[in-house]
Design a protein around this ligand. Structure first.
Ligand code: MCN
Ligand code: CUM
Length: 800
């Protein structure tokens, strides 16, 4: 624990020996290509696959009718909704899956897909949530019995009456509307699967890009009717997930179904544009935030109203259910007496999703809202935003703390993290510099943004799951072999987070064996213990806890064997965590290690003791964990171009006890890069016909190394009191915590001229418009004369 062990998995990645789904090749394997709808809303009149079937190499054209024969036409979304695998009747979003072509190779499959003739009766689409809820909006979900509008669900949390009263009596109130734009997780590896049905064994193996292999196995069993023990899900190396690989997608089901029907392996791999246009998006939350406060900045109440766009199917769920949005943590790091939140969600003719992109399920939106609103309040009061935060932080002695919306925070020390970040950022000096630039009417304005966020990760027990009626858990299975080497299998699934290293470190720490002597396996439902998968930064909080407890079970058993080998009574044997050895009390020179007694555990076990040195733990956490942090971002805003440049980016995180600081730092760097993409560049937009207008990396801009500044990271350590090794999750903190810090910084640069909000993504044109509205813009010098090449004599002036 705490060592910067090099990532064990990187050897194979760096030497090109990773094994991703597209690397899986099976004898006789066929290829699947999906035919997608060019329309966002249309009734299918006819599908004619005959031209495709006539092509060399095309083996089959599948439509909903074929799947209906096998009862495979629909699949569950993650919520109480079902989605067509291949469209039966009506297309509900552009690029929805209409048919599948199966062929001997990928070229033939692609050619075939182009030759499937589909005739559509095009209907009027509706892509934004507000229009979708208007009375005369076209009805999207006519497949739901009795459905007459596009309303998906309503939800509320907190105490409305008490909150309204607090607002009526407040000395100061502030309000701001802010849109958290639609984003795409955009993992570098797109989604894919190889369905491999073995008629001899009557067993279906599906290699697939999955963040939750066991859940996917259970879903496959439920959908297909194939018994669960005859399904094996293998998730080989996964090239980034970021939430994109939590849901089930039609391509997975089609590859598996086609393999079952054709009795040959079938591979389906998405193109980039298919991934962006059709798989789970995130955010798309239109939020109205209000704070009621005293004149000296004490927050009395928070009120929030949200309009959510859920796309064509409800895969996102209510903020009170799992897997869903933990949006109701919107009081953040602050001790607020009362709060009320309400939300309406709409169906639209856009891809379904909404839950997942490095977010902890809508904590991102909640953190954005509250951290932006604190800045709005500070500006209204003319106070330093750091002081407003200090004034309202939940204090260390208030933990465990129950929030007005019912969360039980485990531990925290918010002020220490903020102070550390402010010091690292040289906050006061930059405040002076900011004023100097205003006074001197400088070309570049300086802005300082803060975010002091609280995350909630580790699903989990309690509120998150009680409401949905499930308790969540995860698992670890450790086998110490006779030579003292160990294998750990877990129910979670890494997509780049480094579990093969950090989980090995937990075992090494608990058993005193070398980290190189522990191998970590995951992503195979035939061998791994049942687990619920990796999302919501739950691997360390839940499976990490299971690993520590399983290791301690082994240690307990090892102790009796140690006593046997040391010829001492078991009560006299002690475990020395420092040296990783068992000692005889009072005689430290008589000691053995777990490695030394492993053989004995199998071949020379004490009488009455079961042979072997293995243990399994299924861990049901008593509470979520609440990592937190303070980020300070300093930007320069160019008054002429609206361009924003990062001057300083400080991130202080607290994820409790740290297993591997280097891996944590990697997580922070990656997550901050994604936070910058969110704040500055990324957005999924649609035209009026429902076409995705940025469905590739030319138009959906991801930040590259060029746009990412140097990060200065720091940390504090506030252990989780209920986690066996005191660790909290960290994987999503930087993406959750950084966007409000960045927006606060850009707003801060213009706040002296009355700017209170800038919508994301803050592209130069967006920022420039705010500069202009506030009278801060700089125009190029007038009457610039420049000669046009080859056109001597004539000059062009600005006025021309
Ligand atoms: N860690 C640690 N000490 C702690 C906490 C965490 O050393 N106190 C280590 C962990 O052991 C693990 C890593 O940091 O190796 C992240 O741990 P954790 O916070 O438990 O998160 P998960 O492993 O459950 O990862 C999920 C999280 C999520 S939900 C998204 S989305 C995301 C993220 O991780 N997707 C990622 N980070 C990602 N990083 C990569 N490279 N790729 C993704 O797809
Ligand atoms: Cu919110 S994305 Mo992650 O939980 O897989």
């Amino acid at each position: 624990m705490g060592e910067e062990v090099s990532r064990k998995e990187d050897r194979r990645f760096i030497t090109g020996r990773g094994n991703y789904v597209d690397d899986v090749k099976k004898p006789g394997m066929l290829h699947c290509e999906l035919v997608r709808s060019p329309h966002a809303h249309a009734r299918i009149e006819e599908i004619d696959g005959s031209r495709a079937m006539a092509l060399d190499g095309v083996v089959a054209v599948l439509t909903a009718d074929d799947l209906l024969e096998y009862d495979l036409a629909t699949m569950p979304t993650l919520m109480d909704d079902t989605q067509d695998v291949l469209v039966n009747d009506k297309v509900k979003f552009q690029s929805q899956e209409v048919a599948a072509v199966i062929a001997e190779d990928r070229y033939a499959a692609k050619d075939g897909a182009e030759k499937v003739d589909v005739s559509y009766d095009v209907l009027e689409p509706v892509v934004d949530a507000e229009t979708a809820l208007e009375d005369d909006a076209p009805l999207i979900r006519d497949d739901i019995e009795g459905k007459e509008d596009n309303h998906c669900f309503d939800w509320e949390t907190g105490d409305e009456e008490a909150t309204d009263e607090a607002f009526e009596n407040a000395a100061v109130t502030v309000e701001e509307e802010m849109f958290y734009q639609r984003l795409h997780p955009a993992p570098i590896e797109t989604c894919g699967a190889v369905g491999d049905y073995d008629p001899g064994k009557d067993k279906l193996t599906v290699h697939m890009t999955s963040q939750a292999p066991h859940i996917h196995r259970t879903l496959f069993a439920q959908v297909s009717g194939i018994p669960e023990h005859k399904i094996r899900i293998v998730s080989p190396d996964v090239g980034g997930g970021f939430g994109n690989k939590v849901p089930i997608y039609p391509g997975y089901v089609v590859a598996a179904a086609a393999s079952y029907v054709l009795e040959r392996p079938v591979k389906w791999i998405e193109e980039r544009s298919e991934n962006i246009q059709s798989t789970g998006f995130a955010r798309d939350y239109d939020m109205n935030g209000e704070i009621a406060a005293t004149e000296d900045g004490e927050i009395r109440a928070i009120r929030v109203d949200v309009l959510a766009n859920h796309g064509a199917y409800n895969a996102a769920a209510q903020p009170s259910k799992f897997p869903a949005g933990f949006f109701n943590i919107f009081t953040g790091s602050y001790d607020v007496e009362t709060a009320y939140g309400s939300l309406s969600a709409a169906y639209t003719n856009t891809a379904p999703g909404g839950i997942a992109y490095r977010c902890s399920f809508r904590v991102t939106e909640a953190v954005y809202l509250v951290e932006r609103m604190v800045k709005v309040l500070a500006d209204e009061l003319g106070m330093d935003p750091a002081d407003v935060r200090r004034r309202n932080f939940i204090q260390p002695d208030q933990f465990p703390y129950e929030s007005p919306t019912g969360w039980n925070y485990d531990s925290g020390d918010y002020e220490t993290a903020l102070d550390e970040a402010l010091e690292m950022a040289d906050y006061e000096a930059y405040r002076d510099e900011q004023q100097r630039r205003i006074d001197e009417d400088a070309d570049k304005l300086l802005g300082i943004g803060i975010s002091s966020f609280t995350e909630v990760v580790g699903a989990g027990p309690g509120k998150s799951c009680d409401i949905a009626g499930v308790e969540m858990f995860d698992s670890a299975d450790i086998r110490v072999h006779p030579t003292g080497k160990a294998t750990l299998r877990v129910g979670v699934q890494t997509q780049g987070q480094g579990h093969e290293t950090t989980f090995a470190q937990i075992v090494a720490e608990e058993l005193g064996i070398d980290v190189d002597d522990v191998v970590v396996e995951h992503g195979d439902t035939d061998t791994d213990p049942y687990g619920l998968g990796t999302y919501g930064s739950r691997s360390t909080p839940v499976a990490g806890a299971a690993t520590a407890i399983a290791a301690r079970k082994i240690r307990d058993k090892a102790k009796s064997i140690a006593a046997n080998e040391l010829e001492a009574a078991e009560e006299d044997v002690e475990w020395d965590r420092e040296s990783g050895e068992f000692h005889v009390a009072g005689a430290p020179e008589r000691s053995v290690t777990v490695t030394e007694i492993a053989a004995g555990a199998y071949m020379n076990h004490p009488g009455g003791e079961e042979p072997g040195l293995e243990a399994v733990n299924y861990y049901d956490p008593p509470e979520m964990t609440y990592p937190f942090g303070s980020y300070v971002v300093i930007v320069e805003v160019d008054r002429e171009t609206g361009e924003v440049e990062f001057e300083k980016f400080v991130a202080v995180d607290d994820c409790g006890n740290r297993i591997n600081p280097m891996i944590i730092e990697g997580q922070i760097h990656g997550g901050l890069a994604q936070g910058i993409g969110t704040a500055m560049m990324e957005q999924i937009t649609f035209d009026d016909n429902g076409n995705v207008t940025g469905g590739d990396f030319m138009n959906y801009l991801l930040p590259t190394a060029m746009e990412i500044p140097e990060f200065e990271t720091g940390h504090t350590v506030t252990p989780s009191p209920h986690h066996p090794i005191g660790a909290k999750g960290v994987g999503e903190s930087p993406t959750v915590g950084s966007p409000p810090a960045i927006v606060n910084a850009v707003v801060d640069a213009m706040a002296h001229a009355g700017v209170s909000h800038v919508e994301m993504p803050m592209t130069p044109d967006v920022v420039w418009k705010h500069l202009e509205e506030a009278g801060l813009e700089r125009r190029p010098a007038q009457n610039l004369e420049f000669e046009l090449a080859g056109d001597a004599g004539e000059s062009v002036t600005d006025d021309d």
